[in-house]
Design a protein around this ligand. Structure first.
Ligand code: ZN
Length: 448
């Protein structure tokens, strides 16, 4: 596409150059009296060499002529129309055994629509490839039903087993209410405790909710709340991100939610020793890359998080400002329900759907078997999802774009993103072609 755009720009340049030379010639002809006209004063310019048109590389326009954004937009739209069928086909041919979805409004603000505010909803698979991307009018589950219906048809038509896990950013289980806390209740230690009565209350009855992926896609799908979104709900209840205790609270909280696989950690430590790094205290970065982590089962999880909250609930900084807002107590009571209902705990499965093996790596580039450590690529991560949002915002340039341009930029962005994820799988021999053109790639693949 970039190449094509370059060609079109060059063509535009040549045409403009030609038009300029023709008009220069026109003026010269007129002055020579070719059209039977002459100036009254008989003025003759001293220098009859016209100003140079300038090279293609001139950044400030060619002799006063510049390329309008309309022209470039037209180029882009035309190119998208050419590629659209193959991009759609690519997207429809993307499946996954795990779904992750979330809403964002960030991108929706960029498009001008008569229908008002919308939000963007993307579904990704275990490899962070986008399976489906839609703009929805409201954030209700109902508006997602047609999309999941389509997804079900896609899986059935291809004869592929449907995804069994779905990580969501909200509405993971049946609706519930928690009691409001009294004004000073959050100062009492007992208020944070979890009683057996609470556990019994929140885990009885029908706990599943009616979500579009269950009603229209796979009725046996297990819906999980994304860890990142759950953690964010706690962090939001701190008075400020700049509070001196904020970062240590987030670290403790994160540690409470995840358990590092001890076998993996042992192996990493052994590799440290092999490389001569003593004491063998693996860095956070290394633990993240080479050790799998797990979110514990409901009761254990609640206990771990409760301890962190109890530790911080009265803490203040040097200016006597408490870390928690009083509303933290309510947030805890709400999140506790999700924890107890198992919305967060990782499924107990042996086949390791949560991590993908990414080969091995020589620690510190030290040779030898002892320095070889496995690379684990997480499926439910936190950062990449936000990374996707970030990229999504980059694909659509401008703040008020037409629906057509929005679609063209967005869909091209999705196709590029998915190709890049294939590269990220770190499987040998996968390289992206220098020119990104899904249509050409499809044609080539068919010719092979
Ligand atoms: Zn839940």
């Amino acid at each position: 596409m970039a190449n094509q755009l370059m060609e079109m720009m060059h063509l535009k340049y040549e045409r403009a150059n030609l038009a300029y030379l023709l008009s220069v010639q026109n003026i010269k002809d007129a002055e020579a009296g070719l059209y039977g006209q002459s100036t009254i004063s008989k003025y003759l310019r001293r220098d009859s060499t016209p100003a140079a048109f300038g090279g293609y590389e001139d950044t400030d326009g060619w002799c006063g002529m510049s390329v309008s954004s309309y022209y470039l937009t037209d180029c882009l739209l035309q190119e998208f129309q050419r590629q659209e069928p193959s991009i759609t086909q690519l997207l429809q041919g993307t499946f996954g055994q795990v779904l992750r979805s979330d809403h964002t409004r960030k991108i929706a603000r960029k498009v001008t629509l008569t229908s008002g505010t919308m939000s963007s909803y993307a579904v990704m698979n275990e490899n962070w490839m986008i399976i489906s991307w839609v703009m929805v009018q409201s954030e209700s589950e109902r508006s997602l039903e047609p999309m999941y219906e389509g997804l079900a048809t896609r899986y059935t038509a291809a004869g592929i087993e449907k995804a069994n896990y779905h990580w969501v950013d909200r509405d993971c289980c049946a609706a519930f209410r928690v009691q409001n806390s009294h004004p000073a209740e959050h100062l009492l230690r007992e208020a944070w405790r979890t009683t057996e009565a609470t556990v019994a209350e929140v885990t009885s009855g029908d706990l599943t909710n009616i979500c579009a992926s269950r009603s229209k896609f796979n009725e046996f799908i297990s819906v999980k709340l994304d860890l990142f979104h759950c953690m964010r709900r706690f962090c939001r209840e701190c008075v400020s991100e700049h509070h001196s205790l904020y970062s240590s609270f987030c670290q403790f909280l994160s540690a409470a939610f995840t358990i590092v696989d001890q076998q993996d950690l042992k192996r990493l430590k052994e590799a440290y020793v092999f490389c001569g790094i003593v004491p063998a205290n693996p860095t956070k970065q290394h633990i993240r890359e080479h050790c799998r982590t797990k979110i514990p089962q409901p009761r254990e999880l609640v206990k771990r998080v409760e301890e962190v909250l109890l530790h911080f609930h009265l803490l203040k900084d040097v200016n006597d400002i408490p870390l928690f807002k009083p509303s933290m107590l309510k947030a805890w009571r709400i999140q506790r329900v999700h924890m107890l209902r198992g919305c967060l705990s990782d499924p107990e499965r042996e086949d390791g759907i949560l991590y993908r093996y990414g080969g091995t790596l020589q620690l510190n580039h030290v040779q030898g078997e002892g320095a070889s450590v496995p690379v684990w690529i997480p499926i439910r991560g936190t950062s990449q999802q936000e990374g996707y949002h970030f990229h999504q915002a980059q694909w659509v340039t401008g703040n008020k774009v037409s629906p057509e341009l929005f679609q063209a930029q967005g869909m091209t962005g999705v196709a590029r993103w998915n190709f890049q994820r294939l590269v990220d799988l770190k499987q040998p021999g996968v390289v992206l072609p220098a020119v990104f053109d899904p249509l050409l790639i499809t044609d080539l693949n068919m010719a092979l």
